[in-house]
Design a protein around this ligand. Structure first.
Ligand code: SF4
Ligand code: SF4
Length: 404
Protein backbone atom coordinates (compact mmCIF):
# COMPACT_ATOMS: atom_id res chain seq x y z
CA UNK A 1 0.00 0.00 0.00
CA UNK A 2 1.29 3.45 -0.93
CA UNK A 3 2.69 5.52 1.90
CA UNK A 4 -0.19 7.79 2.92
CA UNK A 5 0.41 11.54 3.31
CA UNK A 6 3.91 11.01 1.95
CA UNK A 7 4.45 14.61 0.86
CA UNK A 8 3.11 16.00 4.13
CA UNK A 9 5.33 13.70 6.19
CA UNK A 10 8.33 15.01 4.23
CA UNK A 11 7.61 18.57 5.44
CA UNK A 12 6.60 17.68 8.99
CA UNK A 13 9.60 19.53 10.40
CA UNK A 14 8.22 22.76 8.97
CA UNK A 15 4.76 21.95 10.33
CA UNK A 16 6.11 21.38 13.85
CA UNK A 17 8.46 24.40 13.75
CA UNK A 18 5.47 26.73 13.35
CA UNK A 19 4.73 28.61 16.58
CA UNK A 20 1.20 29.49 15.42
CA UNK A 21 1.96 33.15 16.17
CA UNK A 22 0.01 34.42 13.15
CA UNK A 23 2.62 36.93 11.93
CA UNK A 24 2.20 35.39 8.47
CA UNK A 25 -1.27 36.89 8.32
CA UNK A 26 -1.25 39.82 10.67
CA UNK A 27 2.10 41.59 10.47
CA UNK A 28 1.74 45.20 9.32
CA UNK A 29 4.59 47.70 8.97
CA UNK A 30 5.32 50.64 6.64
CA UNK A 31 6.93 48.19 4.22
CA UNK A 32 4.36 45.44 4.71
CA UNK A 33 0.81 46.75 4.20
CA UNK A 34 -0.39 43.15 4.31
CA UNK A 35 1.32 39.78 4.20
CA UNK A 36 -1.11 37.34 2.69
CA UNK A 37 -2.96 38.46 -0.45
CA UNK A 38 -5.57 35.74 0.05
CA UNK A 39 -6.31 36.79 3.63
CA UNK A 40 -6.48 40.41 2.47
CA UNK A 41 -9.10 39.74 -0.19
CA UNK A 42 -11.31 37.19 1.61
CA UNK A 43 -13.12 37.26 4.96
CA UNK A 44 -9.65 36.57 6.40
CA UNK A 45 -10.33 33.49 8.50
CA UNK A 46 -7.27 31.53 9.59
CA UNK A 47 -7.55 28.88 6.91
CA UNK A 48 -7.03 31.54 4.21
CA UNK A 49 -3.43 32.17 5.29
CA UNK A 50 -0.40 30.20 6.36
CA UNK A 51 -1.12 29.61 10.04
CA UNK A 52 -4.47 28.00 9.29
CA UNK A 53 -3.03 25.88 6.50
CA UNK A 54 -0.28 24.66 8.82
CA UNK A 55 -2.84 23.82 11.51
CA UNK A 56 -4.73 21.81 8.87
CA UNK A 57 -1.49 20.07 7.86
CA UNK A 58 -0.80 19.16 11.48
CA UNK A 59 -4.36 17.92 11.97
CA UNK A 60 -4.06 15.70 8.90
CA UNK A 61 -0.66 14.39 9.97
CA UNK A 62 -1.97 13.47 13.42
CA UNK A 63 -5.27 12.08 12.14
CA UNK A 64 -7.18 14.66 14.21
CA UNK A 65 -9.02 15.75 11.05
CA UNK A 66 -9.93 13.85 7.92
CA UNK A 67 -9.32 14.99 4.35
CA UNK A 68 -12.43 16.42 2.72
CA UNK A 69 -13.61 18.29 -0.36
CA UNK A 70 -13.73 21.50 1.71
CA UNK A 71 -10.10 21.10 2.81
CA UNK A 72 -9.03 20.35 -0.77
CA UNK A 73 -10.55 23.69 -1.74
CA UNK A 74 -8.74 25.49 1.08
CA UNK A 75 -5.30 24.22 0.05
CA UNK A 76 -5.77 25.72 -3.41
CA UNK A 77 -6.51 29.20 -2.00
CA UNK A 78 -2.85 30.21 -2.02
CA UNK A 79 -0.76 31.93 -4.68
CA UNK A 80 2.47 30.40 -3.27
CA UNK A 81 3.82 33.95 -3.25
CA UNK A 82 6.03 33.17 -0.25
CA UNK A 83 5.47 36.45 1.59
CA UNK A 84 4.38 34.47 4.67
CA UNK A 85 7.75 32.71 4.68
CA UNK A 86 9.59 36.02 4.35
CA UNK A 87 7.64 37.64 7.19
CA UNK A 88 7.65 34.60 9.50
CA UNK A 89 9.69 35.20 12.63
CA UNK A 90 10.70 31.55 13.13
CA UNK A 91 14.32 31.60 12.03
CA UNK A 92 16.89 28.83 12.01
CA UNK A 93 19.63 30.06 14.36
CA UNK A 94 22.33 28.17 12.49
CA UNK A 95 21.53 29.21 8.93
CA UNK A 96 19.59 32.45 9.51
CA UNK A 97 17.02 31.08 7.06
CA UNK A 98 13.31 30.44 7.66
CA UNK A 99 12.39 27.44 9.79
CA UNK A 100 8.94 27.08 8.32
CA UNK A 101 8.73 26.33 4.61
CA UNK A 102 5.17 27.60 4.28
CA UNK A 103 5.15 27.23 0.49
CA UNK A 104 6.49 23.69 0.80
CA UNK A 105 3.68 22.80 3.22
CA UNK A 106 0.98 24.05 0.83
CA UNK A 107 2.60 22.24 -2.11
CA UNK A 108 2.75 19.06 -0.01
CA UNK A 109 -0.93 19.36 0.93
CA UNK A 110 -1.80 19.71 -2.76
CA UNK A 111 0.39 16.76 -3.71
CA UNK A 112 -1.25 14.46 -1.18
CA UNK A 113 -4.75 15.56 -2.19
CA UNK A 114 -4.01 14.95 -5.87
CA UNK A 115 -2.41 11.56 -5.12
CA UNK A 116 -4.92 10.27 -2.61
CA UNK A 117 -8.16 12.18 -3.22
CA UNK A 118 -8.16 13.48 -6.79
CA UNK A 119 -11.96 13.34 -6.76
CA UNK A 120 -11.97 16.34 -4.41
CA UNK A 121 -9.58 18.45 -6.42
CA UNK A 122 -11.40 20.95 -8.65
CA UNK A 123 -11.73 19.91 -12.29
CA UNK A 124 -9.87 22.99 -13.56
CA UNK A 125 -6.59 21.71 -12.09
CA UNK A 126 -7.09 18.22 -13.45
CA UNK A 127 -7.97 19.68 -16.88
CA UNK A 128 -4.67 21.57 -16.88
CA UNK A 129 -2.81 18.34 -16.19
CA UNK A 130 -4.70 16.51 -18.94
CA UNK A 131 -3.96 19.36 -21.38
CA UNK A 132 -0.29 19.10 -20.47
CA UNK A 133 -0.27 15.35 -21.15
CA UNK A 134 -2.06 15.90 -24.45
CA UNK A 135 -0.25 18.96 -25.80
CA UNK A 136 2.78 19.45 -23.49
CA UNK A 137 1.19 22.81 -22.79
CA UNK A 138 -0.98 23.83 -19.80
CA UNK A 139 -2.98 26.15 -22.07
CA UNK A 140 -4.14 23.17 -24.10
CA UNK A 141 -3.06 24.42 -27.51
CA UNK A 142 -1.28 22.38 -30.18
CA UNK A 143 2.50 22.52 -30.40
CA UNK A 144 2.38 24.39 -33.73
CA UNK A 145 0.85 27.41 -31.92
CA UNK A 146 4.06 27.89 -29.99
CA UNK A 147 6.05 28.92 -33.04
CA UNK A 148 3.52 31.30 -34.59
CA UNK A 149 5.06 34.36 -32.91
CA UNK A 150 8.38 33.72 -34.69
CA UNK A 151 6.96 33.26 -38.19
CA UNK A 152 8.28 36.50 -39.66
CA UNK A 153 11.62 36.52 -37.84
CA UNK A 154 13.51 33.61 -39.45
CA UNK A 155 15.13 32.50 -36.21
CA UNK A 156 17.26 29.34 -36.10
CA UNK A 157 15.85 26.24 -34.41
CA UNK A 158 18.18 25.13 -31.62
CA UNK A 159 17.86 21.43 -32.54
CA UNK A 160 18.94 21.97 -36.14
CA UNK A 161 21.12 25.08 -35.86
CA UNK A 162 22.64 25.06 -32.39
CA UNK A 163 23.59 28.29 -30.68
CA UNK A 164 25.27 29.03 -27.35
CA UNK A 165 22.16 30.96 -26.26
CA UNK A 166 18.68 29.49 -26.26
CA UNK A 167 15.69 31.84 -25.96
CA UNK A 168 13.14 29.84 -23.95
CA UNK A 169 9.89 31.72 -24.50
CA UNK A 170 7.60 29.67 -22.27
CA UNK A 171 4.05 28.39 -22.90
CA UNK A 172 2.29 31.49 -21.57
CA UNK A 173 3.95 34.00 -23.91
CA UNK A 174 4.10 31.61 -26.87
CA UNK A 175 0.51 30.35 -26.62
CA UNK A 176 -1.44 33.53 -25.90
CA UNK A 177 -1.76 35.87 -28.91
CA UNK A 178 -2.07 38.87 -26.56
CA UNK A 179 1.40 38.10 -25.16
CA UNK A 180 3.16 37.02 -28.39
CA UNK A 181 4.49 40.55 -28.89
CA UNK A 182 6.75 40.10 -25.81
CA UNK A 183 8.62 37.31 -27.59
CA UNK A 184 8.90 39.26 -30.85
CA UNK A 185 10.20 42.34 -29.04
CA UNK A 186 12.66 40.33 -26.93
CA UNK A 187 14.03 38.64 -30.07
CA UNK A 188 14.40 41.99 -31.83
CA UNK A 189 16.17 43.54 -28.85
CA UNK A 190 18.63 40.63 -28.70
CA UNK A 191 19.28 40.90 -32.44
CA UNK A 192 19.93 44.61 -32.07
CA UNK A 193 22.41 43.87 -29.27
CA UNK A 194 24.23 41.37 -31.52
CA UNK A 195 23.33 38.32 -29.41
CA UNK A 196 23.32 35.12 -31.47
CA UNK A 197 20.53 32.86 -30.25
CA UNK A 198 18.21 30.07 -31.29
CA UNK A 199 14.70 29.07 -30.28
CA UNK A 200 12.88 25.75 -30.03
CA UNK A 201 9.58 26.89 -31.57
CA UNK A 202 7.10 24.01 -31.61
CA UNK A 203 9.76 21.78 -30.02
CA UNK A 204 9.89 23.95 -26.91
CA UNK A 205 8.55 21.92 -23.97
CA UNK A 206 6.48 23.14 -21.04
CA UNK A 207 8.86 23.79 -18.12
CA UNK A 208 6.64 21.96 -15.60
CA UNK A 209 6.41 24.80 -13.11
CA UNK A 210 2.64 25.18 -12.88
CA UNK A 211 2.15 21.39 -12.72
CA UNK A 212 4.49 21.18 -9.71
CA UNK A 213 2.83 24.17 -8.01
CA UNK A 214 -0.61 22.61 -8.24
CA UNK A 215 0.67 19.38 -6.71
CA UNK A 216 1.33 17.09 -9.70
CA UNK A 217 4.83 16.36 -8.51
CA UNK A 218 5.31 13.06 -10.36
CA UNK A 219 4.08 14.50 -13.66
CA UNK A 220 6.33 17.55 -13.21
CA UNK A 221 9.33 15.35 -12.37
CA UNK A 222 8.87 13.33 -15.58
CA UNK A 223 8.62 16.57 -17.56
CA UNK A 224 11.80 17.92 -15.95
CA UNK A 225 13.76 14.73 -16.72
CA UNK A 226 12.63 14.67 -20.37
CA UNK A 227 13.29 18.39 -20.75
CA UNK A 228 16.81 18.18 -19.32
CA UNK A 229 17.66 15.57 -21.97
CA UNK A 230 16.15 17.72 -24.74
CA UNK A 231 17.85 20.92 -23.57
CA UNK A 232 21.20 19.14 -23.37
CA UNK A 233 20.87 17.96 -26.97
CA UNK A 234 20.78 21.62 -28.08
CA UNK A 235 24.29 22.07 -26.68
CA UNK A 236 23.41 25.57 -25.50
CA UNK A 237 25.44 27.15 -22.69
CA UNK A 238 22.86 29.72 -21.56
CA UNK A 239 19.08 29.56 -21.45
CA UNK A 240 17.27 32.91 -21.38
CA UNK A 241 13.63 32.91 -20.29
CA UNK A 242 10.90 35.54 -20.61
CA UNK A 243 8.81 34.14 -17.77
CA UNK A 244 9.62 34.34 -14.07
CA UNK A 245 7.97 30.93 -13.49
CA UNK A 246 10.10 29.25 -16.19
CA UNK A 247 13.23 30.94 -14.81
CA UNK A 248 12.56 29.70 -11.28
CA UNK A 249 11.75 26.18 -12.48
CA UNK A 250 14.78 25.88 -14.79
CA UNK A 251 17.16 27.40 -12.28
CA UNK A 252 15.96 25.65 -9.14
CA UNK A 253 13.67 22.68 -9.86
CA UNK A 254 15.95 21.40 -12.66
CA UNK A 255 18.79 20.96 -10.20
CA UNK A 256 16.94 18.86 -7.62
CA UNK A 257 17.02 15.44 -9.33
CA UNK A 258 19.82 13.01 -10.13
CA UNK A 259 20.38 14.53 -13.58
CA UNK A 260 20.90 18.27 -13.34
CA UNK A 261 20.47 20.96 -15.97
CA UNK A 262 23.92 22.11 -17.07
CA UNK A 263 23.38 25.41 -18.96
CA UNK A 264 23.31 28.68 -17.06
CA UNK A 265 19.79 30.10 -16.70
CA UNK A 266 19.06 33.82 -16.99
CA UNK A 267 15.82 35.72 -16.91
CA UNK A 268 15.66 38.26 -19.74
CA UNK A 269 16.05 41.19 -17.29
CA UNK A 270 19.39 39.78 -16.17
CA UNK A 271 20.55 39.58 -19.79
CA UNK A 272 19.30 43.12 -20.50
CA UNK A 273 21.20 44.41 -17.44
CA UNK A 274 24.34 42.59 -18.60
CA UNK A 275 24.04 43.93 -22.17
CA UNK A 276 23.54 47.49 -20.90
CA UNK A 277 26.65 47.18 -18.74
CA UNK A 278 28.64 45.98 -21.76
CA UNK A 279 27.28 48.90 -23.86
CA UNK A 280 25.68 46.44 -26.27
CA UNK A 281 22.27 48.02 -25.80
CA UNK A 282 21.95 51.72 -26.35
CA UNK A 283 18.60 53.05 -25.15
CA UNK A 284 18.24 56.51 -26.66
CA UNK A 285 14.55 57.03 -27.30
CA UNK A 286 13.02 58.99 -24.47
CA UNK A 287 9.69 58.03 -22.95
CA UNK A 288 8.73 60.36 -20.14
CA UNK A 289 7.00 58.20 -17.56
CA UNK A 290 6.81 57.75 -13.84
CA UNK A 291 6.96 54.02 -13.32
CA UNK A 292 6.89 51.71 -10.36
CA UNK A 293 8.22 48.18 -10.54
CA UNK A 294 6.26 45.10 -9.51
CA UNK A 295 8.67 42.40 -8.29
CA UNK A 296 7.23 39.06 -9.49
CA UNK A 297 7.27 36.56 -6.60
CA UNK A 298 9.11 33.91 -8.67
CA UNK A 299 11.82 36.33 -9.73
CA UNK A 300 12.13 38.25 -6.48
CA UNK A 301 11.38 36.27 -3.35
CA UNK A 302 12.04 32.88 -4.96
CA UNK A 303 15.21 33.82 -6.91
CA UNK A 304 16.50 37.01 -5.27
CA UNK A 305 16.59 38.99 -8.55
CA UNK A 306 15.85 42.54 -7.45
CA UNK A 307 18.64 44.75 -8.83
CA UNK A 308 18.72 43.71 -12.50
CA UNK A 309 15.23 45.03 -13.39
CA UNK A 310 15.91 48.28 -11.54
CA UNK A 311 19.26 48.70 -13.30
CA UNK A 312 17.44 48.26 -16.61
CA UNK A 313 14.69 50.75 -15.78
CA UNK A 314 17.18 53.32 -14.48
CA UNK A 315 19.11 53.05 -17.77
CA UNK A 316 16.07 54.00 -19.89
CA UNK A 317 15.97 57.71 -20.76
CA UNK A 318 13.01 59.62 -19.37
CA UNK A 319 11.93 56.87 -16.99
CA UNK A 320 11.49 57.93 -13.39
CA UNK A 321 11.43 54.89 -11.13
CA UNK A 322 9.36 55.36 -7.98
CA UNK A 323 9.56 52.60 -5.39
CA UNK A 324 6.39 51.65 -3.59
CA UNK A 325 6.63 50.83 0.09
CA UNK A 326 5.95 47.11 -0.41
CA UNK A 327 8.88 46.35 -2.64
CA UNK A 328 11.65 43.80 -3.23
CA UNK A 329 11.24 40.93 -0.70
CA UNK A 330 8.06 42.55 0.67
CA UNK A 331 6.43 42.69 -2.76
CA UNK A 332 2.68 42.30 -3.01
CA UNK A 333 1.60 39.29 -5.05
CA UNK A 334 -0.12 39.96 -8.42
CA UNK A 335 -2.60 37.15 -7.74
CA UNK A 336 -1.74 34.83 -10.62
CA UNK A 337 0.69 32.44 -8.91
CA UNK A 338 0.11 28.92 -7.63
CA UNK A 339 -2.66 28.20 -10.15
CA UNK A 340 -4.87 30.85 -8.57
CA UNK A 341 -6.32 31.91 -11.90
CA UNK A 342 -7.98 28.50 -12.03
CA UNK A 343 -9.67 28.96 -8.66
CA UNK A 344 -13.31 30.08 -8.90
CA UNK A 345 -12.77 31.20 -12.51
CA UNK A 346 -10.07 33.64 -11.48
CA UNK A 347 -12.27 35.93 -9.35
CA UNK A 348 -9.95 35.76 -6.31
CA UNK A 349 -6.87 36.25 -8.52
CA UNK A 350 -8.51 39.35 -9.96
CA UNK A 351 -9.29 40.79 -6.51
CA UNK A 352 -5.68 40.23 -5.44
CA UNK A 353 -4.53 41.98 -8.61
CA UNK A 354 -6.77 44.94 -7.79
CA UNK A 355 -5.11 45.31 -4.36
CA UNK A 356 -1.66 45.23 -5.98
CA UNK A 357 -2.70 47.86 -8.52
CA UNK A 358 -4.21 50.11 -5.86
CA UNK A 359 -0.99 49.97 -3.85
CA UNK A 360 0.99 50.82 -7.01
CA UNK A 361 -1.33 53.75 -7.84
CA UNK A 362 -0.64 55.28 -4.43
CA UNK A 363 2.96 56.00 -5.48
CA UNK A 364 1.74 58.48 -8.11
CA UNK A 365 3.27 56.36 -10.87
CA UNK A 366 1.54 56.26 -14.25
CA UNK A 367 2.89 52.86 -15.20
CA UNK A 368 3.28 49.58 -13.33
CA UNK A 369 6.02 47.48 -14.90
CA UNK A 370 6.56 43.80 -14.29
CA UNK A 371 8.78 41.15 -15.81
CA UNK A 372 6.54 38.09 -15.84
CA UNK A 373 3.72 37.25 -18.28
CA UNK A 374 1.55 35.85 -15.48
CA UNK A 375 1.81 39.16 -13.58
CA UNK A 376 1.12 41.14 -16.74
CA UNK A 377 -1.87 39.05 -17.68
CA UNK A 378 -3.50 39.11 -14.25
CA UNK A 379 -2.74 42.78 -13.58
CA UNK A 380 -4.13 43.70 -17.02
CA UNK A 381 -7.35 41.84 -16.23
CA UNK A 382 -7.57 43.38 -12.76
CA UNK A 383 -6.91 46.88 -14.10
CA UNK A 384 -10.30 46.84 -15.85
CA UNK A 385 -12.05 46.89 -12.48
CA UNK A 386 -9.44 48.38 -10.10
CA UNK A 387 -9.74 51.80 -8.50
CA UNK A 388 -7.13 54.33 -9.67
CA UNK A 389 -5.60 54.46 -13.10
CA UNK A 390 -2.26 52.89 -13.77
CA UNK A 391 -1.16 51.26 -17.01
CA UNK A 392 0.46 47.83 -16.91
CA UNK A 393 3.52 47.02 -19.02
CA UNK A 394 6.15 44.35 -19.20
CA UNK A 395 9.72 45.59 -18.91
CA UNK A 396 10.41 44.20 -22.42
CA UNK A 397 7.96 46.79 -23.82
CA UNK A 398 9.86 49.68 -22.24
CA UNK A 399 13.27 48.43 -23.35
CA UNK A 400 11.94 47.90 -26.87
CA UNK A 401 10.48 51.41 -27.06
CA UNK A 402 13.81 52.91 -25.95
CA UNK A 403 15.91 50.90 -28.37
CA UNK A 404 14.18 49.79 -31.54
S1 SF4 B 1 4.28 30.23 9.74
FE1 SF4 B 1 5.67 31.52 10.95
S2 SF4 B 1 4.53 33.47 11.16
FE2 SF4 B 1 3.03 31.90 10.54
S3 SF4 B 1 2.17 31.15 12.44
FE3 SF4 B 1 3.88 29.79 11.91
S4 SF4 B 1 5.65 30.63 12.98
FE4 SF4 B 1 4.08 32.22 12.98
S1 SF4 C 1 2.21 31.89 0.05
FE1 SF4 C 1 1.25 33.92 -0.18
S2 SF4 C 1 -0.92 33.48 -0.59
FE2 SF4 C 1 -0.03 31.58 0.23
S3 SF4 C 1 -0.42 31.67 2.44
FE3 SF4 C 1 1.62 32.58 2.09
S4 SF4 C 1 1.26 34.79 1.90
FE4 SF4 C 1 -0.73 33.74 1.62
Amino acid sequence: MADKKKALKAVSQSVYSCRKCGQCGNKVTDAVPYVCPVKETTPGFDHFYSRGKIVIAQGLLEGAIEPSKELAEVVYTCTLCGNCMTQCGAIDRDTGGPLVDTVGVVEALRTDFLEEHPEWVANEYKALLTATRQYDNPWGVPRSTKEKWAKKLSLPNALRNPSETLLFVGCTVASNPALNARAVKAAEILKKAGVAFAILGKDEPCCGSVQKRIGAVRQARDMVNNNIRLLHTTGCKTIVTLCAGCANALKNDYRLGAEKLKPNVLHIVELFAQLLKEDKLNPTKKKGSKVTYHDPCHLGRHMGIYDAPRDVLNALPGIELIERSATRENTICCGAGGGMRLFESGTLAEKIGQSALESASQTGAEVLVSSCPFCEMNLQTSSKTAAGSITVYDIIDLVYEAIV
